[in-house]
Design a protein around this ligand. Structure first.
Ligand code: NAD
Ligand code: MG
Length: 396
């Protein structure tokens, strides 16, 4: 039996890499539904290649445009227009696996639908878990879903952990997430105010969507990943450590109680964790090239407390601060960061002001420990409003 897949965010960086892996294994995988925000032309090409039953676009005008084009090209894919179309394609009984590759909290609702429906859920969309937190993990447990991390660090950790999750906490001492340090690892902190969106999006090792590229440049991406790891693996925040490793060869590691360290290595190519999530517990070809150990000149490491990194990347510490605060604080941090990054990309605020907006939002939004989905969504909305105001004040 072929695995039937829904790919949410199929036109993005992770979405297209997923389809690349899928196309290598027509005997194993079949595309059942695709979704995108606005890229009608690419979606049309994907429908022509993979012939899904359904396609979803984020807005009605784009959906209508796609439907017209599909008809003009005599393609059988049906465009779903329902308000909850993403939830439908993420939870339909004919679907086995859902790749969650939408960027931002916009992906939370379909992730929860897939979790509740007991799907095999491949999670690239880290913001959904940072917002949903324990509510997300509870939906996975109650729905009997199989949650497999796609973020390269979390895939590396998952591959380095013992097979039985019940034994994780007794055996491990800590989890060490590696970070490349992004494009500004060696830049003088007081010059970060001059960074342009183009410079921030030029990552030295990975080619990714614009939002995560900016997050990598501020290291808020690593902050989101620390939070993601806390929820995925159930470890205490104090057991999560970040080390800068500019070559991106070691994708993360687990240190056990006996001080043995298990790491996962590979070339920086997201098709590796994607292929692993698709085929787990088996392994299939990913299309990635092999790591050439003879060409590797060195693997180096830098502490966050060194080289001025704490000053350069003030957002990283917010992960532990938010995890120590009442439940829901990680949702506030995520919402603030989505707003501040968008404001920076639109050239409304400076690069160094991303952190100021995030801090101002964390300080202004009242918290009382949100433990339901409704409360988290309300908090997300309120945080966006507060962050917009903070960005507006800075822009003025
Ligand atoms: P991207 O911007 O390249 O793609 C995002 C996709 O989501 C696109 O298909 C877009 O059409 C769709 N989308 C955007 N906003 C939407 C909305 N409001 N409603 C519905 N669809 C929407 O982003 P990406 O780099 O592929 O990242 C996707 C997710 O994967 C992010 O959460 C990111 O943090 C995570 N991730 C990405 C990488 C990477 O290498 N790119 C690595 C690890 C994790
Ligand atoms: Mg990552």
């Amino acid at each position: 039996m072929k695995q039937r897949l829904t790919v949410l965010g199929s036109t993005g960086s992770i979405g297209t890499s997923t389809l690349d892996v899928v196309a290598r294994h027509p005997d194993r995988f079949e595309i059942w539904a695709l979704s995108a925000a606005t890229q009608v032309d690419l979606m049309l090409a994907q429908c022509a290649q993979f012939r899904p039953r359904f396609a979803v676009m984020a807005s009605e005008p784009h959906a209508r445009l796609l439907a017209d084009q599909l008809q003009a090209n005599s393609l059988p894919t049906q465009v779903l227009l329902a308000k909850d179309a993403l939830e439908i394609i993420a939870s339909h009984k004919e679907v086995d696996t859902v790749m969650a590759a939408i960027v931002g909290a916009a992906g939370l609702a379909p992730c929860l639908a897939a979790a509740r429906a007991g799907k095999r859920l491949l999670l690239a969309n880290k913001e959904a878990l940072v917002v949903g937190g324990q509510v997300f993990m509870e939906a996975v447990r109650q729905g009997g879903a199989t949650l497999l991390p796609i973020d390269s660090e979390h895939s590396a950790i998952f591959q380095s952990l013992p097979e039985d999750p019940a034994t994780w906490l007794q055996r491990i001492d800590k989890i060490i997430l590696t970070a490349s340090g992004g494009p500004f690892r060696q830049r003088a902190p007081d010059t970060l105010r001059d960074v342009t969106p183009e410079q921030a999006c030029a990552h030295p090792n990975w080619s990714m969507g614009r939002k995560i590229s900016v997050d990598s440049a501020t290291m808020m991406n690593k902050a989101l990943e620390v939070i993601e790891a806390r929820y995925l693996f159930g470890v205490a925040p104090a057991q999560l450590e970040v080390v800068i490793h500019p070559q991106s060869v070691i994708h993360s590691m687990v240190q056990y109680r006996d001080m043995s360290v298990v790491a996962q290595l590979g070339t920086p190519d997201m098709r590796v964790p994607i292929a692993y999530g698709l085929s787990w517990p088996e392994r299939v070809a990913s299309g990635a090239s092999a790591l050439d150990f003879h060409a590797l000149s060195a693997m180096t490491f830098e502490a966050i407390s060194d080289h001025g990194h704490a000053e350069r990347f003030p957002g990283l510490q917010l992960a532990w601060d938010a995890l120590a605060a009442p439940a829901g604080t990680t949702a506030v941090l995520n919402a603030a960061n989505e707003v501040s990054v968008a404001a920076f990309l639109a050239k409304r605020i400076r690069f160094d002001q991303i952190h100021h907006v995030n801090l101002a939002t964390l300080e202004a939004v009242p918290l009382s420990g949100s433990d339901s989905l409704a409360a988290l969504l309300a908090l997300d909305l309120e945080s966006r409003r507060v962050a917009e105001q903070a960005a507006h004040r800075l822009a003025a």
